[in-house]
Design a protein around this ligand. Structure first.
Ligand code: TYD
Length: 311
């Protein structure tokens, strides 16, 4: 189960039965138990402990001082920084053992920063980045960057930033890098009596509107959206306060800040959207092209990537 392309340092212990793929390197004072399955081209650094019910994909780096307990699963291309801590028991008591261990999964391409702590049974989404020292208490969405204790989303990997607040010029619209997502400047009138914003549905919204809903009272740490629609078009206006909307077509990502009531963002179907950084006073109006249909949602990021042909 270990061929001669695998390097095992003479001070490492790999129990009989462990599987280690081609060209993987295992450095000194590391101990791998017999049930562990480790892929090829990995680098398992000094002083790592790997239990039995552990799966590690290909091209994974596990830095020094990390323990992979039963139930930990690292997909391909994952990076685990030094002294990052996994856990597999929610209510640990000495000498009392749970019946089974929940699966903690770090998905393809994600990184866990030095000294971060991951609570049991969570999923770190593909390409996510867990900041050094973060304490992760909830699942981390794909491509999210999380930091702090408890860990919060502070951004999205490689999201090009579209700042809010600037008038959009003569065309009153601006297309971004993510196909067909367009920011519109809605007609607004300001005078001594206050501000007025007007939307003529047929003229100003790029699809026939069949439904309007409002989102408000969203706790700041919450993310909404995190799905894609098969058919639905939406046009989002932040009437009060501000919100950040990350859009993703599977290849490009862009973050829009809606912080003026005269900005409207057209979200076409087949674009993954995450709404976060809600200010306390944020009130969103969403114009939609169809009635509510749960069958129109895809909430799984991998399924979305498969739909748009990206993975
Ligand atoms: P959902 O679209 O899941 O919220 P978000 O993606 O913004 O986090 O909607 C939340 C709940 O509200 C869900 O139970 C469905 C319900 N809902 C309707 O019944 N009708 C609607 O038009 C919408 C938008 C949601």
């Amino acid at each position: 189960m270990i061929d001669d392309t695998v390097f095992v340092h003479k001070m490492a212990v790999v129990e009989t039965g462990a599987t280690i793929g081609a060209n993987t390197r295992v450095w000194g004072f590391t101990h791998i138990l017999s049930g562990a399955r480790i892929g090829s081209d990995c680098n398992i650094c000094e002083q790592v402990f790997i239990e039995n019910a552990v799966q590690v994909g290909d091209r994974v780096t596990v830095k020094s001082g990390v323990q992979l307990w039963d139930g930990v699963r690292l997909d391909d291309d994952v990076f685990v920084g030094p002294n990052a801590t996994f856990t597999n028991d929610k209510f640990p008591r000495s000498k009392r053992f749970p019946n089974g261990y929940p699966v903690t999964r770090v998905k393809h391409g994600a990184s866990v920063g030095a000294n971060a702590t991951i609570l049991p049974g969570l999923t770190i989404g593909a390409d996510a980045m867990v900041g050094a020292g973060a304490v992760v208490t909830r699942d981390v969405p794909p491509k999210a960057i999380v930091a702090g204790n408890p860990a919060r989303i502070v951004g999205y990997v490689d999201a090009h930033f579209q700042p809010g607040g600037e008038p959009l010029g003569e065309t009153r619209r601006k297309a971004g890098r993510v196909a067909e997502v367009t920011l519109y400047e809605i007609k607004h009138v300001t005078d001594l009596r206050g501000d007025l914003t007007v939307t003529e549905l047929e003229r100003d919204i790029p699809f026939p509107v069949r439904r309007v809903f409002f989102i408000y009272n969203v706790p700041n740490e919450r993310i909404r959206g995190e799905h894609v629609h098969r058919q639905l078009h939406e046009f989002v206006v932040c009437l009060s306060g501000s919100v950040s909307i990350v859009v993703d077509d599977g290849a490009q990502r862009e973050e829009y800040v809606l912080d003026r009531p005269w900005l409207g963002l057209h979200l076409p179907p087949r674009v993954w959207r995450s709404l976060y950084k809600f200010s306390k006073d944020a009130v969103l109006a969403v114009y939609a092209s169809h009635e509510y249909d749960p069958g129109d949602y895809i909430r799984d990021y991998d399924e979305f990537l498969a739909m748009v042909g990206q993975r």
